[in-house]
Design a binder for this molecule. Structure first.
Ligand code: NAP
Length: 260
């Protein structure tokens, strides 16, 4: 399908926009001209954010751990006359504890918010996407599995698989980007009950770093980005520099001594 170069930025829906990375993504999307739909449980935080954004913004208070909340957002995506063409699956929950120590309610919420909601909302959004639009999955590097975060990590592994599957299934022109940020200063670790006091300062990202890196990668059509880790291209340049360092040093020494 041929699109005018001047197509306006599409309406974007961000789940978990009431704080942290979701709020930063909403601010960055608004700066880039996207009308927005903000979703979370804390309506007051969403209203405050909406009031400061420069683009038209709707607030939807919904608990994605409930069928009612999920259906509200799903219906909004499928039924609206003003379709959502960029879905950001960002909301997540969980607990830092071994699986055997977690209660059933926490596990249910982890699966509903981190797994079922992205699955159903992605289906709803894709049904309205005809040759343009996109979906972003906010995953995590811990998706490989880690002690104390097994349930949360498994939910993120699901999101990675969903992203990879949709890259293959989505119609041409629809971009799917999975984002796996490193440690980011938000409320998340407190909410999970994870002690992060031993994490060195230099490892921490800001939500604004993550939002910018994620949206730039999505705009370039990248399928995966890991804010906080050097990209493959950067790693290749670093490796090349390491390999050529002795040669460069030798050449420099020769240059300064004047010997051939
Ligand atoms: N911070 C990190 O170091 C880090 C690293 C890798 C990946 N991530 C991922 O980044 C994403 C954002 O997390 P964050 O760090 O920005 O943490 P955060 O500030 O705690 O944000 C989590 C968001 O999810 C929403 N949420 C939680 N349960 C919900 C529910 N039942 N229904 C609707 N919304 C719900 C929260 O809103 P309400 O409480 O208002 O509902 C909040 O807006 C998550 O997917 C997380 O896994 C974070």
């Amino acid at each position: 399908m041929i699109r005018a170069v001047s197509d306006p930025p599409p309406r974007a829906l961000v789940t978990g926009a009431s704080s942290g990375i979701g709020a930063a993504l909403a601010r960055e999307l608004a700066t880039r001209g996207h009308p927005l739909v903000l979703v979370a449980r804390r309506g007051d935080a969403l209203e405050r954010l909406a009031a400061e954004l420069p683009t038209p913004t709707d607030v939807v208070v919904a608990d994605l751990a409930t069928e009612e909340g999920l259906r509200t957002v799903e219906d909004l995506i499928t039924d609206t006359a003003d379709p959502v063409r960029l879905l950001v699956n960002n909301a997540a929950t969980g607990a830092f504890a071994r699986l055997t120590e977690q209660d059933a309610a926490t596990l249910d919420a982890t699966v509903h918010v981190n797994v079922l909601a992205p699955l159903r909302l992605s289906r709803a959004a894709l049904r309205r996407m005809d040759g343009r639009g996109g979906i972003m999955m906010i995953s995590s590097p811990v998706a490989v599995g880690t002690v104390g975060l097994t349930a949360y990590a498994a939910s993120k592994a699901f999101l990675d698989a969903l992203g990879r599957g949709l890259v293959a299934e989505a119609p041409a022109g629809v971009r799917i980007t999975t984002v796996a940020p490193g440690y980011t200063r938000t409320e998340f670790h407190d909410r999970l009950g994870e002690d992060v006091s031993g994490i060195p300062d230099r490892w921490w990202l800001t939500p604004e770093d993550v939002a910018r890196t994620a949206l730039d990668a999505h705009a370039r059509g990248e399928q995966r980005v890991e804010p906080g880790r050097p990209s493959t291209a950067q790693r290749a340049v670093q490796k090349a520099r390491r390999l050529t360092r002795p040669v460069t040093a030798r050449l420099r020494r020769r240059g300064t001594s004047g010997s051939a």
